[in-house]
Design a protein around this ligand. Structure first.
Ligand SMILES: NC(=O)c1ccc[n+]([C@@H]2O[C@H](COP(=O)([O-])OP(=O)(O)OC[C@H]3O[C@@H](n4cnc5c(N)ncnc54)[C@H](OP(=O)(O)O)[C@@H]3O)[C@@H](O)[C@H]2O)c1
Length: 491
């Protein structure tokens, strides 16, 4: 593996990035601007009505974020001019061919200039509408590939995926490509275009029936889960991401394609400073709900490994993957996580979460300090359901009497409680693959990158992504949860 100058690789290059208003791509853009100011141009695709609105979104949702604090401190009032000399926000949507860009001169210029493409756009909602998730995570990936193929100077397309595309398999999961015939269940034949037709058929039927938007959304969400489960994936998100990878694998031909599959991405470990995060996905949803006193228990196997990885390490591995796979007419996959090299067990995380919020209680919007007791982790669905039934259904005897008396007030309470139980059980179902994951993600390709860095004269302190250096207790208590409470937990 040749590793002459990582920084030189980005010098005078034009980079197309999708998903810049999202969490991960912001960390990437900030890092390149900070360490390689001689990048030629960033073309940043932003969903907006026009380029001006895209620029406005970029200004509000990207530059103003704390992640730019170091650059802001260094450049002061010159920050905006420094950024806009190097960055062009472009209005576009990956669910359309050519991102729906109508300006043919702009498109021609992009095809002529772009050297590197990072596709970080996705819908990361596990319970997304099937039509939306298929449009973005599956066909969106194909549209980015088709666009990249027309870029005459293209060195590499880097697509961000997730290792959970391998579904609920245990053991050591390899960095293998996904092929159409590789559905986890292996029983039903998967044809992606036929899935599009299923969606259109459902939408057509709903329209004829005069369904409301709410009914369409709910039917489309259920359809996503149903199709995912039919083939063996646990939720619409990982299923449609898997289909996206399959399309890339099938159609990339000779294009240099690197797929980075980070596990659960958490707050920055070190750069630009520790603890920056945006949003609260997967385990962070559990942490924030627990801190706010809304969640007292969760479901998970005592031996589950929670594979988390800080965002700056993911970005460093993306950078390294771009550099090392440039101009190679093949596909390569990198698992970027911690389960193999430095696994963190679910019980240790639940203990740390409980300890953190006991020592640092969350203060709600009324200034009230939220007291928490230890997070209970149930190891199987039956005990969890029993607990939920006790927690929410104890007053049923009273409600039964109230029902007999046709008391509307009590009925409403009961309907609400049942709905709450249903919502919790749906969440449990969606998160089950993470909370019951006992395998590990093999990361041989990523380890090769680490070895290459160690053996070269590249500054390891600038491009670190070795999870072995993480002390989980210290990171969770002093970096991650403080970051989460600062940036993602709103009163
Ligand atoms: N965060 C994690 O824990 C994690 C773990 C594994 C893999 N990943 C993958 O990493 C990538 C980045 O994730 P993230 O956490 O940064 O996600 P995120 O914060 O939810 O950001 C998603 C980004 O995609 C954009 N986007 C969505 N649909 C689009 C469309 N049709 N056209 C153009 N842009 C669109 C969003 O734009 P809007 O602002 O307009 O919505 C947003 O900028 C994704 O591919 C995700 O699957 C993330």
């Amino acid at each position: 593996m040749e590793l002459e100058g990582i920084l030189q690789f980005f010098e005078n290059k034009t980079i197309l990035v999708t998903g810049t208003t999202g969490f991960l791509a912001k960390v990437f853009v900030e890092k390149i601007l900070r360490v390689q100011p001689n990048v030629k141009r960033f073309s940043l695709l932003v969903r907006a009505s026009n380029n001006q609105a895209a620029t406005q979104r970029f200004r509000e949702e990207v530059i103003k974020k704390d992640i730019f604090r170091i650059l802001r401190n260094n450049l002061g009032a010159n920050l905006e001019s420094f950024i806009f000399e190097r960055v062009t926000p472009i209005s576009g949507d990956i669910s359309y061919e050519n991102f729906g860009i109508k300006d043919s001169i702009l498109i021609e210029e992009m095809w002529k200039d772009i050297d590197i493409v990072l596709n970080s756009a996705a819908t990361t909602n596990f319970d997304e509408r099937y039509d939306v998730a298929l449009g973005i995570n599956t066909y969106g990936a194909l549209h980015v590939l088709n666009f990249a193929k027309k870029c005459i100077k293209l060195k590499v397309l880097l697509h961000v995926s997730t290792p959970y595309v391998s579904s609920e398999k245990g053991g050591n999961i390899l960095e293998s490509p996904l092929r159409m015939e590789d559905t986890p269940k292996g029983t039903s034949r998967l044809v992606i275009n036929a899935e599009k037709e299923v969606v259109e058929e459902y939408l057509g039927r709903l329209r004829v029936q005069g369904a409301t938007n709410e009914e369409i959304t709910s039917t489309m969400k259920d359809l996503g889960i149903k199709r995912a489960k039919l083939y063996g994936w646990p939720n619409t998100y990982v299923y449609t991401k898997a289909l996206g990878e399959m399309l890339l694998e099938q159609f990339h031909q000779n294009l240099p394609l690197a797929i980075v599959r980070p596990t659960m991405v958490t707050s920055t470990y070190k750069e630009p400073f520790s603890g920056w995060i945006e949003g609260a996905r997967t385990i962070d949803g559990v942490i924030t709900a627990f801190g706010k006193g809304r969640l007292k228990s969760f479901l998970g196997h005592p031996n589950s490994i929670l594979d988390v990885i800080p965002a700056d390490m993911v970005v460093n591995s993306i950078i390294m993957a771009m550099v090392t796979h440039a101009n190679k007419s093949s596909q390569i996959i990198f698992h970027v996580g911690s389960s193999l090299r430095n696994p963190m067990k679910l019980p240790s995380l639940s203990d740390l979460i409980s300890l953190y919020f006991t020592q640092n209680p969350w203060i709600d919007r009324n200034g009230k300090s939220i007291k928490v007791s230890k997070l209970i982790v149930f190891s199987n669905i039956a005990t969890f359901q029993a607990y939920m039934a006790i927690r929410y259904k104890l007053p049923l005897k009273v409600l039964w009497l109230a029902n007999l008396m046709l008391c509307q007030y009590y009925r409403e309470i009961r309907i609400n409680l049942n709905r709450k139980v249903r919502v919790v059980m749906r969440m449990v179902d969606l998160y089950k693959p993470y909370a019951f994951f006992t395998g590990s993600f093999d990361d041989s390709n990523t380890e090769n990158l680490r070895v290459a860095i160690r053996e070269s004269d590249v500054d390891v302190n600038l491009f670190y992504f070795d999870p072995r250096c993480i002390d989980w207790e210290d990171y969770i208590m002093n970096t991650h949860i403080p970051g989460l409470t600062k940036y993602s937990m709103k009163p």
